[in-house]
Design a protein around this ligand. Structure first.
Ligand SMILES: *Cc1c(COP(=O)(O)O)cnc(C)c1O
Length: 490
């Protein structure tokens, strides 16, 4: 291969690109065609054994052979995220418009850290951010930035909250001077079922996980507002942020955002809404479930979940663009003066990343192509399926439904007989989950509810049907019977 075959630009590059993309597309499609089941069932050892040859050989195999090898050994043993019976995590089947955008993002390789590296991309990211701010009814001065996902959005939101608080309360410039002596007392409040990245963020921000105070949840797994009031009254330490979750990972539950917003205002706390999962409701008829989100100081929303975009794709929105001042830095080589002078956008100042992908193109292309109603129909279909699936589980004598779904997550246990000890149910469900993974016909999640291992369907995929759900319940019965040494009930 000459360099003309290896880079875009020029006729040779163009035909090499077409050939490579065509071959890669064929590899993807044929791996899908070969695999009826969402997973091959290969163990970690079996996977590793396939890759005995050197990763970096002295002489390469050429692209076609390398792609074929990837098809055989990687694509065939990837979890089938587009398979209707792959329903474990908040891992979505990627939408075809998102995949088309991803290909354009890669080929153009724009980097959002400076305008001269991404002119149109910079403007599109700003347009998408503005559209999101208005989708969540944030005020006109709101702003935002694309992130790698909820983890980064949450840590950045809490960083802005921390630094604003330390600046206004203690006159401390954390960016320059580090944490103030009072930092030991700083507290972040969230529900007991909030995502673990809240605690992780507290660690990364130098506050430690003990700075996170969790508020008990009600029977529907939402933050209990009375308990929040008690927590605020009894709290030792200095709270600066109150985090509500719109879509918890296990139950999809949504904290009472308006009531939590009231408490945040009363106690002068930064109100962050982690809507990584549930933010997508804003385009649907169920948008009222998010009432109160418009009062947030910051919102985390993920596109690589219920918006069906390829990983990674998320955004952090802030109520007031001026909040970004707390983290702005000016690298001379990125020409901040020129930006200020000419009114040229300077997105690097808003991000924790420097070189940054043009992920905003994925929701942009999808929104333009499908429109709000197209997207809403996809999402609403999955919410209805989750309700029907929950009914099916509840009606089955050998299954136990653990709560009504709010979004797409249906949590349950296999309980073949009444009166089984919780310990037995725990072991049976844990062993069944193991068996499911090596079986490969259904990818189901495990979680723990009240200390007992449980199973979970996260029904994000709009192509999954109630028949698929029924088939997966049968597969669970079979796997459970196999691990408990019983006959398969037919
Ligand atoms: C997925 C999720 C996160 C983490 O986001 P990533 O995109 O995985 O970084 C945080 N909070 C909630 C509620 C989530 O669902």
């Amino acid at each position: 291969m000459s360099s003309a075959d290896l880079f875009l630009g020029g006729d040779t590059g163009e035909s090499a690109y077409r050939a490579a993309m065509g071959r890669a597309t064929d590899a993807v499609l044929s791996s899908f065609a070969d695999d009826e089941d969402p997973y091959s069932g290969f163990s970690p050892e079996e996977l590793a054994d396939q890759f005995a040859e050197p990763v970096l050989p002295e002489t390469g195999t050429g692209l076609a052979a390398a792609i074929d090898e990837v098809e055989d050994r990687v694509l065939s043993h990837s979890v089938g995220t587009s398979n209707p019976q792959c329903v474990a995590h908040l891992q979505c089947p990627p939408l075809i418009p998102g995949l088309a955008a991803e290909m354009m993002v890669a080929a153009t390789n724009q980097s959002l850290d400076s305008f001269d590296q991404a002119p149109a991309a910079t403007v599109i990211e700003e347009r998408v951010v503005a559209a999101l701010c208005s989708l969540f009814d944030l005020p006109a001065v709101a702003d935002g930035v694309f992130t790698s996902g909820g983890t980064q959005s949450n840590v950045q939101a809490l960083l802005l909250a921390r630094d604003r608080f330390c600046g206004t309360q203690f006159g401390r410039d954390v960016q320059q001077q580090g944490l103030p002596p009072e930092a030991d007392d700083l507290r972040i409040l969230c529900s007991a079922e909030a995502h673990f990245t809240g605690k992780q963020a507290a660690h990364h921000l130098g506050l430690g996980e003990d700075a996170v105070v969790t508020v008990p949840t009600d029977e529907r797994h939402r933050m209990d507002v009375d308990a929040l009031d008690d927590t605020l009254t009894d709290l030792e330490g200095t709270p600066f942020a109150l985090v509500a979750t719109a879509g918890t990972t296990d139950f999809g539950s949504i904290d009472p955002l308006a009531a939590v917003a009231d408490r945040a205002r009363e106690h002068d706390l930064w109100f962050h809404v982690d809507a990584a999962y549930g933010g997508a409701l804003a385009v649907t008829d169920r948008a009222p479930l998010l009432d109160g989100i418009e009062r947030a100081d910051s919102v985390a929303v993920d596109f690589h979940k219920l918006f069906y975009q390829p990983i990674s794709c998320g955004a952090l929105l802030v109520r007031d663009a001026a909040s970004f001042e707390w983290m702005a830095r000016n690298a001379a080589y990125l020409n901040p003066e020129a930006h200020d002078d000419a009114g040229v956008p300077n997105l690097v100042a808003k991000s924790m990343q420097t070189t940054r992908r043009f992920d905003a193109l994925k929701p942009y292309l999808t929104f333009r192509a499908l429109g709000r109603d197209g997207l809403a129909a996809l999402i609403e279909g999955t919410l209805e399926l989750a309700e029907d699936a929950a009914e099916l589980v509840a009606a089955a004598e050998d299954f136990e439904l653990l709560g009504e779904p709010t979004l797409n997550a249906v949590v349950f246990r296999y309980r073949p007989e009444q009166g089984l000890a919780e310990e037995t149910v725990d072991r049976l469900n844990a062993a069944t989950r193991e068996a499911l993974l090596s079986d490969g016909r259904a990818i189901v999640a495990r979680t723990t509810v009240d200390g007992v291992t449980s199973l979970k369907f996260t029904l994000l995929n709009p192509t999954t049907t109630l028949d698929d759900v029924a088939a997966m319940l049968d597969i669970i019965r079979e796997c459970a019977a196999a691990v408990s040494g019983q006959e398969v009930p037919r």
